[in-house]
Unconditional design. Structure first.
Length: 336
């Protein structure tokens, strides 16, 4: 076990300086800020890596910088087009999830004005040219393992397996929105018919394990995209013989309706839970798990001296997902 992930401003500054040097080494006209782009000239397949879409999820940055440096040093080759997007640098510098609005909810034409809505609008023309968008996130609380999180589709499952993206996959039927009325970057890409794959690398922060996983995923994505772009292999062939993650789908959630509601300490993402299991902290109204399954995205907001959660309450205090023992295709694929 490595230690808990860390956040250090000097580490972040050094990585951003290395990223900026890669952008400056090959400036491309017309690109939004904080996008590095390379073109191998062999084929048109366009891979986009998303990093720090949530500002404080910095764990993929070392990998993004390492991959760009390896390409520029000739140690790594990619024949297609690669764009590396740093989603929310101002929030990363502040070690916050976002400044004005959650960037990963505002990829919508009618999002209310905010720094992040303008950032999303600037990135959309680029995302519109993606063949594969690989978005690397980290969770707020610790996680039993890395996990992919996006709705099932045949090509989405092929990507998860071809990349061996993570031991687990929190998925849902095609077309079911995780947060109705809002839109994530990966969702925007899928809506226009390209592949959007999101992976939670682990708990947020700088973490050697997260960096290693992110770099493996980026290198694998480029290797597979090269074969697809050259017509040497289909995505289904790339997935053949690769492991399938343990899949889960949304089951239920605990609505965060009262600021005195508090989860007991130490609840982790994808920890197994039994229906009726006590989840509340001492002094909180009683909270019990609404179902058998596994916990997802437990929230521990800051609280005042009386134990009331500060700020606007998230809609859900914690979610429960249930395993799909036969896998998502068996549950969601239309009958042949
Ligand atoms: Zn995130």
């Amino acid at each position: 076990m490595s230690g808990a992930p860390t956040w250090r401003r000097d580490t972040l500054d050094a990585l951003l300086a290395r990223f900026d040097a890669r952008v400056a080494a090959a400036p491309a006209a017309g690109l939004p800020a904080d996008v590095a782009q390379r073109s191998g000239g062999d084929h048109d397949y366009h891979v986009i890596f998303g990093c720090i879409i949530h500002g404080d999820e910095v764990g993929s940055l070392p990998a993004a910088v390492a991959v760009l440096e390896a390409l520029d040093q000739g140690a790594l080759r990619f024949g297609g087009r690669l764009s590396v997007v740093l989603g929310n640098r101002p929030a990363a510098l502040a070690n916050r999830r976002f400044l004005e609005a959650d960037l990963n909810r505002v990829f919508l034409p009618d999002a209310p004005d905010s720094w992040e809505a303008r950032r999303a609008a600037a990135l959309i023309p680029l995302l519109d040219t993606a063949d594969l968008f690989l978005d690397l996130h980290q969770t707020i609380e610790p996680t039993a393992s890395a996990f992919a999180i996006f709705p099932w589709s045949p090509e989405g499952e092929h990507w998860v397996r071809a990349l061996n993206a993570a031991p687990r996959w929190v998925t849902r039927p095609p077309g079911v929105n995780f947060s109705p009325g809002l839109r994530c970057a990966d969702e925007h890409v899928r809506l226009r018919g390209a592949s959007g794959v999101t992976v939670e690398l682990g708990q947020k922060g700088f973490d050697p394990e997260a960096a290693a996983l992110a770099e493996r995923l980026m290198r694998e994505a480029l290797r597979i995209a090269d074969r697809l772009g050259r017509g040497e292999q289909t995505l289904a062939e790339a997935a053949e013989g690769q492991p399938s993650p343990i899949a889960y789908e949304p089951d239920s959630h605990v609505a965060f309706i009262d600021p005195t509601m508090a989860l007991r300490p130490g609840l982790q993402n994808l920890a197994p839970v039994r229906r009726g299991e006590l989840l509340s902290a001492e002094g909180s109204p009683e909270i019990r798990s609404p179902a058998d399954g596994a916990l997802l995205f437990p929230k521990y907001p800051l609280r005042d001296a009386a134990g009331r959660a500060l700020g606007p309450l998230p809609a859900e205090l914690v979610r429960v997902v249930r395993p799909l023992p036969q896998g998502p295709a068996a549950a969601y694929a239309p009958p042949k």
